[in-house]
Ligand binder design. Sequence first.
Ligand code: UT7
Length: 324
Amino acid sequence: MTGRIIGLGSFLPEKILTNDDLAQFVETNDEWIRERTGITQRHISDPVNEKTSIMACKAAVMAVKDAGIDPHDIDLIVTASTTPDLVFPSLSCTVQEAVGATEECGCFDVNSACPGWVAAFNAAESFIESGNAGLVLVVGAECPSNFLDWTDRGICILFGDGAGAAVLKASDGKRNEFIMRTSCIRGRCLRCENARQPYRRDEEGFEKATTFNMNGREVFRFAVTEVPKIITDLSAKYNFSLDDVDMFVLHQANARIIEATSKKLKIPIEKFPMNIQYTGNTSSASIPILMKELKDSGRLKSGMKLVMASFGAGLTWDANYIEF
Ligand code: UT7
């Protein structure tokens, strides 16, 4: 058995922050942001009514409805987030209550930064393949806006808030294949310290370290090298041709990274859908938000072969080959 996506949901906060809005309080401009990243706007959540758990629940409820399932039948909920509003219990527990799953439904979270949803998807797949779950809800929800240094133009322009979710059902058919990779040695270029370390409170630079910190050029170089490579390795390992893939659904971090991947793989850019223009980088939520949009627009159809790939802090990077 393999996990087939039978329902999708997503949520984007109401408030929009455009590049021009950003230029009001940090030294940047619309042209620079658009040319270097492809982003024109991002959504910023309301701290009370759209916090991470609320966004996660909204996307999850939508996915369950879209799947047309009885929530009592859900065996497992796996939620990816690096920016939850609770340290514990896990975000998945909050989602369990919101969707109306029973106490027979297991819940846990995955903290794997931007590739978190893909890692959660792969955990769900493994539960399904081993026969330990038949119906799994996989959620990605992030509120990077709470963790940004809004005076640092090198990073605050990149991110947006949002959530996405999918229901996976045990089905016959092509197995979902994946590769997951990590390099902690190279991971210093993308970090965020936990703010709750009382003994470090007076340490110089500690407060800044509790926001997202990034060496953008280094992360960019890593992404344009490793993403095409892991996709090529996936096709070699599982013996399929990249020409037969209908769509490459990549983490929406920077349009130039996606364009470079298309070029390196010699696959037309039309096969690399993007919504980063108006979402920014929503971290682990980016792939399910994009998938939901593709399905709603009719571009993503049943039976299509997809490669999903994501990358981020760790450094971590993953690629999957699935049939929708
Ligand atoms: O989810 C995964 C995590 N992150 C990523 O995927 C990010 C990967 N990296 C990137 O997307 C790019 O490196 C950035 C978009 C962050 C930066 O683009 P870049 O082309 O690598 O620019 P840079 O950092 O090399 O900076 C070039 C110039 C610098 O000025 P000087 O030194 O040439 O005078 C920066 O100070 O652009 C300046 N700059 C800006 N100017 C206007 C940096 N940020 C901004 C800004 N507005 N927001």
